[in-house]
Design a protein around this ligand. Sequence first.
Ligand SMILES: Cc1ncc(COP(=O)(O)O)c(C=O)c1O
Length: 368
Amino acid sequence: MTEDVPVRIRPAIAALPPYKQGKQAEPGTFKLSSNENPYEPLPSVVESLRETVGVNRYPDASASRLRHRLAERFGVLPDEVHIGAGSVAILSQLMLAASGPGDEVVYAWRSFEAYPGLVLIAGATPVEVPLTPDARHDLDAMAAAVTERTRAIIVCSPNNPTGPIVTQAEFEAFLDKVPADLLVILDEAYAEFVTDPDAVDGLIKLGRADHPNVVVLRTFSKAFGLAGLRVGYAIGHRRILDAARSTAVPLSVTAQSEEAALASLDAEAELLARVHVIAERRDRLAAGLRAQGWRVPTAQGNFVWLATRDETMDAAARFEAGGCIVRPFAGDGIRVSVGEEESVEKILQIATSIVEALPEGHSGRALA
Ligand SMILES: Cc1ncc(COP(=O)(O)O)c(C=O)c1O
């Protein structure tokens, strides 16, 4: 094949780096690069997949059983629930539905690495608002970044990859500041891991009627351990979700993912007990790192953040050499997912020599 091809690609797309996934792990290493759930699926979930073998048929396009189940669970109407092949698919649909050339989408940075690409694919312009020094959303600055061209704002709580939450009070004050006709997406992919009682909760604490411009995104990938099946959901106003349904690739949510999500809701208590173990493990990992001298931002997801800056790629290589695949963001920091129990000790063993080698005053180190 020749190196190039004369086919014309949209310049904005040709300029995009392809989505970079967390690195895969060799056998015998810990894969701590994609915020996955380390637990094997529950037997009841595996059984639900075995029973869904009619793969010669297309799935129910709107996953209506799951939609009804979630509607009941959260006290909304079925039309106020939308299912996607992962919550990232719904994010993409919302970007396409709300924004296009000449429009802007505001989000915090650094945040979920898929945001810039999804905005650019829609043809819109990303507006990235720096996090505060303690790696939290700067909601005042985000509200101030809204112009007449802004069509959506994404708020990620807990923030991937840094970890802190947005509080309910902060989020409500923010909603009072931004125009009521602006789409606000609250990305709560890690909501189930949150233990801070002051955290925003877009489904339980937020009055839907007062804030029809807010769409909440949740996923079965993280706490419920179904990342490989691709199933997430949005809850929001029917008109906004209809627009997302209009831009969706039809039939992309499979019958298997719908069944597994339903089986997971049947086993919610059991799954949340595992989430509790992971959250406790996270707190231990963060505390161990802080005791070594790391400055770890508040960690409320299933991951912790190390601000390794210029040392990022070297530090990631050292974790890898020690059998832990982590997620480096060159020049910025390293996200370490909370995985198997044995990985905690391993990470702590490797991390101690890395922090000791960081110069005094480095942003990854706690102030002495
Ligand atoms: C903040 C955030 N939102 C959304 C997603 C997408 O998750 P999924 O598409 O698996 O539901 C992720 C995955 O890493 C994430 O970190």
